[in-house]
Every structure is written in C-alpha cells, then in structure tokens.
Design a protein around this ligand. Structure first.
Ligand SMILES: [Zn+2]
Length: 310
C-alpha cells in the first residue's frame, strides 16, 4: 500500500527520530540547554496539552531546559524524541500524586488522558504523544535488568537501558496484537468481550505468540474465541497503541461459516452485520449496540469493509 494511503490515530509521528544522534551525549546536552529546543511533559501517562487556535487540543510545549530541570538534570526521566526540522524535542516523564499543573507547570497547560483527547489532537501531536507514552511505560516497567535483576541505567537519549552488572542491553518493546474482522458472505461479525459492558461490540483481537505468523495468529484467535475457521486473511493497516506498547495489526478475515461459538472466557457474544448495518453501527444507529470510535483500528476495519462495494 502507498505510505500515505491510510493512517490510524497514534501513527504519523512526524519527528525525525535522528537515531544516529542518540549516542552523542555532548550533542544531546547542548540541545537540552539550547533556548530554541522544545520539551513536552507527561504526568502519570497524561500529556500536558493546551487549547489550540481552532478550539481543539494540542501539545503544550515547554522549553527543553525546563524539561531538563523537571527531570532533576538526569536522563532517567528524559527522552530525546527527535528533531522537528532543526529543533530538538525532548520529553519528561513526571510521576506522583500532585498535579504539576498546580505546581511548577502552573499556567502552562493541563494534563489530560491521551485516549480521551486523541481525536481532538492534530494527528501529528497524537503520534508524538503516543511515542512518548509508550517509551515512558516501557521505562517504568523495565527499570531492572531482565537477565540478572540488577537496576539498569538509561542510555542513548532514553532509547536503551544498559545493565552495569552484566552489560546486557535492553531495548524498547513493541508487542504485536492481531485484530481482525471476520466476514462471511455479505456479513461481518463483531464480538463482545466477556469483561466488556453489555451492548459494546468490536473486532476480535489477541496477542501474536512466538513462532506464529500474523495470519496464523489471526486464524488461531478466531478459532479459539469464536470457533470460526479462517480461509483467507487480508491486511488493512496497523496502529501503534500505547497501552502500554502494542502494535495493532488490522486484518479482515474470510471465514467458512457463520456459526460462531463464543468461548465465554474471552468472548461473551457475537453479532453479524451487513455492510449497511455496519455503517449504522458505527454511526450509533443500532439500538442497544455500541462500537468503538474511529480512534480505534477496530472501527476503521469495520468502516473499511462496510464501505467496500458488495
Ligand atoms: Zn544484568
């Protein structure tokens, strides 16, 4: 597919990651101190944002040296995000129970839940914040060496952790998840997760396991959760999903029948919809049945199939 053919929410981070500069400590220090470098703040996973000119929401940038001070002048809670043209962009990870917008960041913005504001952000900002959030979630979960258990140390502008005890290097994770819309004849199937609210339906999903291809994982999940046999699998798009660090791999799967048997462990019930009904579902016009918003790749899969010609 063409690179600009389709972009899910949280994809499209426009920064030049400049990975070749990450190991240059002197350059990073110089950029951190430069008055034209930018910083963005994340507090307990919530980004600092402000109201944009168009009434939407946008990243509330700080000066990079302020981000550095908030990180106590160390790299543990700092991340080099990359370059916007020649401007270096850094992120700082803030934790704790007291809202920094009531303290050192007073008057500079407000911290909001990324998922709640995702569709009101410019797509570029959503992509930048998804990157920062995933990286900080990784850092928070990987402070100790997975090989020997000793505390690890940050390196490469935040993009690597190194164990001073056994020299093991640890890199940020991305966990692949297959998410698929089963279709049979002129209908697609959505399911309600066993833990979801009544009436909430979406595509089916599951983690890719070691030793599996994407299409094998898709077929396995469809059979395990719904008793459906996939006959072919079509790729639609992917979505970085920073909760904490998944990559959602969106698929449309042909199945050989419509007799689903929800496993009741992960999948509680299913519904089949024609294309017209699926369009109504996304528009919120099906009584008693809800679907995800278009922020989620699940909704984009349903939309893509529902808008195809019969
Ligand atoms: Zn170690």
């Amino acid at each position: 597919m063409a690179l600009d053919a389709f972009q899910n929410t949280f994809a499209g981070n426009p920064l030049n990651r400049a990975s070749e500069r990450r190991g240059d400590a002197a350059w990073l220090a110089e950029k951190l101190a430069a008055s034209d470098s930018l910083g963005l703040a994340v507090w307990n996973g919530r980004p600092l944002v402000e109201t944009g000119k168009d009434g939407g929401v946008q990243i509330a940038y700080l000066r990079a040296d302020m981000a550095r001070e908030l990180a106590d002048n160390g790299w543990e809670r700092l991340l080099f995000m990359g370059l916007w043209n020649e401007t270096a962009v850094f992120a700082v990870d803030l934790e704790g129970g007291v809202d920094p917008a009531d303290g050192p960041l007073q008057g500079l913005g407000r911290f909001e839940d990324l998922r709640a504001i995702a569709l009101r952000l410019p797509p570029a900002d959503a992509g930048i914040l998804a990157t920062a959030k995933s990286m900080f979630e990784w850092r928070r979960r990987h402070r100790f060496c997975a090989a020997c258990g000793q505390p690890s140390e940050v390196a490469e502008g935040g993009w690597k952790r190194v164990c001073p005890s056994c020299n093991a290097e640890h890199f940020p994770r991305t966990d692949p998840v297959v998410i698929m819309l089963p279709v049979h004849g002129d209908r697609c199937m959505v399911g309600r997760g066993a833990a979801w609210p009544k009436g909430m339906f979406s595509a089916l999903a599951g983690f890719l396991e070691p030793g599996e291809s994407i299409e094998e994982a898709c077929a396995r999940e469809l059979f395990e959760e719904a008793g459906l046999r996939a006959t072919s699998v079509r790729y639609h798009s992917t979505q970085p999903w920073p909760y904490p660090s998944s990559l959602m791999i969106g698929l449309i799967a042909q199945v050989d029948g419509d007799q689903a048997t929800p496993d009741q462990t992960e999948l509680a019930e299913v519904r089949w919809f024609t294309r017209a009904e699926a369009r109504d579902l996304l528009a919120g016009k099906v009584e008693g049945v809800g679907a995800p918003t278009l922020m989620a790749i699940a909704a984009q899969l349903i939309k893509a199939w529902a808008e195809e010609a019969d």
